[in-house]
Design a protein around this ligand. Structure first.
Ligand SMILES: [Zn+2]
Length: 418
């Protein structure tokens, strides 16, 4: 048995041991440590990813990750200089002390974050208050049967008008709760400010804004269950699939995901094996009308590191099949303009490390949808805390992206490929 197979990079593994039937692959065991390593270039960072560790954030060449003692030992043997900076389970336990208001509520002090049921109520209220410009539906169901909400915001929302469609998706990764609030910010701003804010009014009148506030409601609910955070990333199908490695373009091609079900970057058993990615992809496929994809731009929110990322993730090359020089230049140009507005760092996704099966690669590679990822606040953190900023940060960190959202909505009017 390879040592890296015996190890676990997944928070919540102890729960998995109790609830998942014995698989054919080695189960995780051992303590999980929080580590930092210097990895100056993307090739070095990709080596870390390939070892199966859970990369939490990257800043200025410093990678923060969760690894077991075994993984850390292997990486040190490979020449990486790893600093152990904390104990994962202790950090999570410390976040969860106190008395909860309700069984499924966020831990004390973070109650302004929306649980799934609060999110559902908010979306239903939005439709009730703004029925002419907001229409709530669903693209399908999660593995555990939760509705994957879709809200459309446009003038004459009930009709399919000939206007560029722009899709915003959030919370593919369970623990990235700030992103759900980001999608809600978009929903609230483009409904509440319609008729009073000229930019909002113009964009609602000339675009069809599509928002899926949580792609991974099962994982998000699990992450806050029992009164403390679990640092959970994947969906809740078996031992969990990393939804942002499960998309069907160059799936599993290039060492940018894991085939081991207990890895935090497990790509799933086949492309779109997760019901959540399948449902969103089916919806996007359904927006091809008379041979033309109606969605021209897409933005997927993650946390954390404060980055603006664009495809491709599966290759270090700027240009590749389906990505001309002019198209790559347009990604860079718009990415840099959005980053100038919010202070994030702009780069091609693979400048960070190789990922395969990501949503951006599929949106562009399959549909020529101009697709970006934002990694939100904070820029860096001492590990898991980066996923759980206090709820006082929700307002400033979501408003921070208003202008970038507007830039992308305007850009969508230019159509798909450059
Ligand atoms: Zn993420």
């Amino acid at each position: 048995m390879r040592r890296t197979r015996r190890a676990l990079a997944t928070v919540g593994g102890l729960v998995l041991l109790a609830t998942v039937a014995a698989p054919a692959v080695a189960q995780p065991s051992g303590e999980r440590g929080l580590y930092e390593a210097h990895a100056a270039d993307a090739e070095q960072r990709t080596e870390l990813v390939r070892a199966g560790v859970d990369v939490l954030g990257v800043r200025d060449g410093t990678v923060t990750m969760i690894a077991t003692a075994g993984q850390a030992r292997d990486l040190r043997a490979d020449g990486f200089d790893l600093d152990r900076i904390g104990d994962v389970d202790r950090m999570l336990a410390e976040r969860g002390t106190g008395t909860r208001a309700a069984a499924d509520e966020f831990p004390p002090g973070d109650e302004d974050y929306h649980t799934y049921s609060e999110l559902t109520d908010e979306l239903q209220r939005t439709e009730a208050d703004h029925g002419d410009i907001a229409r709530l539906s669903s693209v399908g169901e999660s593995y555990e049967g939760r509705s994957l909400h879709l809200i459309k915001i446009s003038d004459n929302a009930a009709r399919d008008e000939d206007e560029p469609e722009v899709l915003f998706t959030c919370n593919q990764h369970a623990r990235e709760h700030l992103t759900t609030e980001m999608c809600l910010r978009i929903v609230q701003r483009f409904t509440d400010d319609y008729g009073s804010d000229p930019t909002v009014t113009e964009l609602v009148d000339t675009r069809e804004i599509l928002v899926i506030p949580t792609v991974n409601p099962d994982g998000a609910e699990y992450d806050i269950s029992g009164g403390s955070y679990h640092g959970w990333r994947k969906n809740r199908q078996g031992s969990g699939t990393d939804l942002n490695r499960n998309w069907g373009y160059q799936w599993g091609c290039c060492g940018g995901s894991s085939g081991w079900p207990y890895s935090d970057t497990y790509r799933g058993s086949s492309p779109f094996s997760a019901p959540e990615t399948r449902a969103v992809a089916d919806f996007v496929d359904s927006r091809v009308v008379d041979g033309t994809q109606q969605i021209t731009a897409h933005l997927d929110f993650h946390s954390y590191s404060e980055l603006v990322l664009w495809p491709y993730g599966y290759t270090y090359d700027d240009t590749a099949e389906g990505m001309t020089r002019a198209e790559a230049d347009r990604f860079r140009d718009v990415g840099e303009r959005m980053a100038a507005s919010n202070g994030y760092t702009p780069q091609q996704s693979s400048d960070l490390y190789i990922t395969d099966g990501s949503v951006n690669d599929w949106m562009w590679g399959e549909h020529k949808i101009f697709s970006f990822t934002f990694e939100m606040y904070p820029a860096s953190a001492g590990g898991l805390d980066g996923f759980y900023p206090p709820d006082e940060r929700i307002g400033p960190e979501t408003r921070r992206n208003d202008e970038a959202v507007d830039i992308l909505l305007r850009e969508a009017g230019r159509g798909a490929a450059a």
